[in-house]
Design a protein around this ligand. Structure first.
Ligand code: ZN
Ligand code: ZN
Length: 135
């Protein structure tokens, strides 16, 4: 199980990751919501997700079909999920604690990346999302 928390510590959670599904998303929505050149997201098993504390501090920015969740106290971007979390859940890798057994395998949505940033060439880049993945 991986453990994560927000900057202020009000929210803590644990979840089982799917490490081979880790990617750097360069889409404009991730860039804006994370305030960064890209967002590194790892897929996780929705049915293993558990709040250790602070579930009531979660705020949701609703997008179709899912939501972007963040801490209502400190603003940390934590995860994206469908309303009931079971089917689709992606976690911001940067909010996980300790040794994290996952690293990005590809850059996605490079077709809409920031003009001022050059993605790593150590991993493959895709203009959009390879088939079978969500963002
Ligand atoms: Zn917080
Ligand atoms: Zn994105």
């Amino acid at each position: 199980m991986a453990k994560g928390r927000c900057l202020c510590g009000a929210i803590e959670f644990e979840v089982e990751l799917i490490p081979e599904m880790t990617f750097n998303c360069h889409c404009s929505r991730c860039r804006r919501s994370h305030g960064a050149a890209f967002a590194t997201q790892v897929f996780a098993k929705g049915d293993t997700f558990k709040f250790i504390k602070g579930e009531d501090k979660i705020s949701e920015f609703k997008e179709r079909p899912g939501v972007r969740a963040f801490c209502s106290e400190c603003g940390s971007r934590l995860m994206n999920y469908l309303p009931r979390k079971s089917r689709y859940l992606s976690i911001a890798l940067a909010c996980l604690d300790g040794e994290v057994d996952a690293k990005p395998v590809s850059n996605v949505y490079v077709g809409s990346k920031a003009s001022w940033f050059t993605p790593s060439e150590d991993i493959p880049s895709f203009d959009e999302l390879p088939k079978g993945m969500h963002d």
